[in-house]
Structures are given as C-alpha cells and as structure tokens.
Design a protein around this ligand. Structure first.
Ligand code: ATP
Ligand code: FE
Length: 329
C-alpha cells in the first residue's frame, strides 16, 4: 500500500509518502512571508500553499522513489485549520484522487499530531495518554486504539504554543517566539522569577492569567533590565508553562491509571518539556514517548501514518468531503 499525504492546515505545505506503514519521505515548504507581520496572515498562507503544493508533492514522490501511478490512496488534512489553507490541500488531494481513480482519506490534524508517536520503532501500547501542545491547541487525549481518541482535558483560553509566542512577543522577540524562548531558557535560571500557576479544576488548562502577569512584569521593568536578564526571564516563563502542563498530565495519569504517556504538537519540540516528561516518567514509572523533532511541528508524515490506520480500517472519504476550520474528533 502506497499513500501520498498532504498537510496544509496552517502556514507549512507538507507532503509525505508512506509505503506499507513506513514513512519514505517527509517534505515541507515553510513560509517565511509571515515573519514581518508577527503572525500568520491567512490570505498570504493560501497563496503560498498554491505555489508550493506541486513542487513539494513532486519532491516527496521523487524522494520516496514512487510514481503517481503506483499510489493506492491520497490523504489530506481536512480539519481544523485556516479555511483558505485547508482548501488548497483538499482541492489538490481530491483532483489527484479523481484523476488516478483511487480512494481519498480525510485526516483530522489533531488526531494526526497524536499519532506522530506511532511513526517510531518503539510505539505506545493502549490505552495511551497524549499531551498535545501546539499553536492552537492544548489537549490531554486518551487513546484506546489508533482511531479511538477522546479529549479528556483542554485549554479554556490560550494554547500552550500561544503562551510561548505571546510571551515572546511581549519580550520583543520575533514570531514564532516559542523556539527562541527555548533557546534563551537553556542559559537561564528558571527559579529567578515567579509567575503564577492558575488553579483550574479538573484536567483543563488556562494560560491567559500567565500572559497577563508576564505583561505586568514587563511593564514594571526598564527595557535594559529585560535585555540583561532575558535568559532568566525566558527560563522562568518556560518553567511555569511546563509545570502547568506536567501537573495536569500527572493528574490525568493518576485518574486514569494509564502509564503509557506521550507528548505531541509543535511545543513538544521544546527541550524543557521533553526533559520534564522524561523526569516525571522516571518518577512515576511511566513509559514515555516523544516524536522526533520533524514530527512535532506540522508535517505530512503524521497525516500519512493516520491515513495508514484509516486505510486499514476502510475509512475513506467521498469527493464531496469539505474541509472544516474547526472540528472536534
Ligand atoms: P494546531 O496544530 O493547534 O492547529 P499549529 O499547527 O499552528 O497549531 P504546530 O505547528 O503544531 O501548531 O506548533 C507550532 C507552535 O509550536 C508555535 O506556537 C511554536 O512557537 C511552538 N514551538 C515550536 N517549537 C517550540 C519550542 N522549541 N519551544 C516552544 N514552543 C515551540
Ligand atoms: Fe499543528
């Protein structure tokens, strides 16, 4: 079985080829046009997808050594994401599936982030708990099989990635600031500044209070002080975001009794979070899973692995399938 998967939910155009469960290529065209605006501009994102999709798909097929005619199915990200971006990927996938007369597979982007943990050799067993932390979502997901997932906790306001990016913006760092906070934090003292941990019941999260306290903190300091203490400030912010995430993950593990635990999404590329998961894993006797860096932020390989499970389950989409900006699973 040879599957071509396309990811175009936000600002990166991805294409991946999977053959009998193995990822043979995972290509991505990153859009740099948004940097100057401090965030993704939807209209510019759709245009860039239009420009990138044909070359990226060609490259993915070439790298995998697979021709279009050999493909068994075409998969694409159906939801959630920016509508204009999703439309480029879905229209392309539909046209190609129709031209080749092969099945179409619609994939949920957040389900795919979770299943990025199943690309590696050592895979989680079920039930499995995944903390998905990305630019638009923060979820604790209980998985009873690859396609049976339930969100048991989520953010009530900002996502973890937004907490990183908005903090970075307040500090005057360019977009997306998450990776930069990670970089500066590596040289800083995480105990130097104290930011509050919100008291939210159950397994849900909130990051808006943290954002406000960082704003007040920055307003009270001289610009020079911020610049001189950037590493300590970044380390302290990152430490707090991580403790908010890990405390709920520990709670979720205790409540469900599940000790197969992974992370996923763009923020799972964060070195502090990766380390914290390993440490908590040792402490609580968990088996921990962390996707390779290239499978954390948006990529088409995660769409391909999800499509592989859907292919085996016979879950195909009709040509009348439409993308959705928001969609639960
Ligand atoms: P969603 O998946 O919710 O639709 P998205 O696809 O835009 O959102 P991802 O690509 O999964 O999000 O993740 C992007 C986010 O990950 C950004 O907020 C970015 O700052 C954050 N991020 C990436 N690398 C790091 C890092 N090393 N440390 C902290 N945050 C990071
Ligand atoms: Fe994503």
């Amino acid at each position: 079985v040879k599957i071509l998967a396309i990811e175009s939910s936000c600002d990166d155009t991805g294409a991946s080829v999977l053959v009998d469960g193995k990822i043979l290529s995972n290509c991505i065209a990153n859009q740099t046009v948004h940097e100057q605006y401090g965030g993704v501009v939807p209209e510019l994102a759709s245009r860039a997808h239009q420009e990138n999709i044909v070359p990226v798909v060609d490259l993915a097929l070439k790298k995998a050594g697979v021709s279009k005619e050999e493909l068994s199915a075409i998969a694409f990200t159906q939801a959630p994401g920016l509508m204009g971006s999703l439309l480029v990927g879905s229209s392309f996938a539909k046209s190609l599936a129709m031209a080749l007369d092969i099945p179409l597979i619609a994939v949920h982007h957040m389900q795919a982030h979770v299943l990025a943990n199943f690309i590696a050799e050592s895979q989680p067993s079920f039930p499995f708990l995944c903390l998905t932390v990305s630019g638009g979502h923060t979820q604790i997901v209980r998985c009873d099989s690859p396609l049976q997932m339930k969100v048991i906790g989520e953010t009530l306001d900002d996502a973890a990635g937004e907490a990183f990016d908005k903090s970075a913006k307040l500090l005057g760092l360019p977009y997306p600031g998450g990776p930069l906070i990670d970089k500066y934090a590596a040289q800083g003292d995480p105990k130097r500044f104290k930011f509050p941990e919100p008291q939210i019941p159950g397994l849900n999260f909130s990051f808006s209070g943290l954002k406000t306290s960082i704003l007040y903190f920055i307003q009270q300091q001289e610009l020079q002080f911020i610049q001189d203490n950037l590493a300590d400030i970044c380390a302290s912010i990152q430490q707090r975001i991580i403790s908010i995430l890990m405390n709920k993950l520990v709670k979720a593990s205790n409540e469900t009794g599940i000790k197969e635990i992974g992370i996923a999404g763009g923020v799972s590329a964060n070195s502090g979070l990766r380390k914290a998961l390993e440490e908590q894993g040792k402490k609580y006797g968990w088996n921990t899973y962390i996707p390779k860096f290239e499978y954390c932020t948006d990529n088409a390989a995660m769409i391909a692995i999800t499509a592989w499970y859907k292919y085996q389950a016979g879950e195909f989409a009709g040509l009348d399938v439409i993308p959705g900006a928001r969609a639960a699973f």
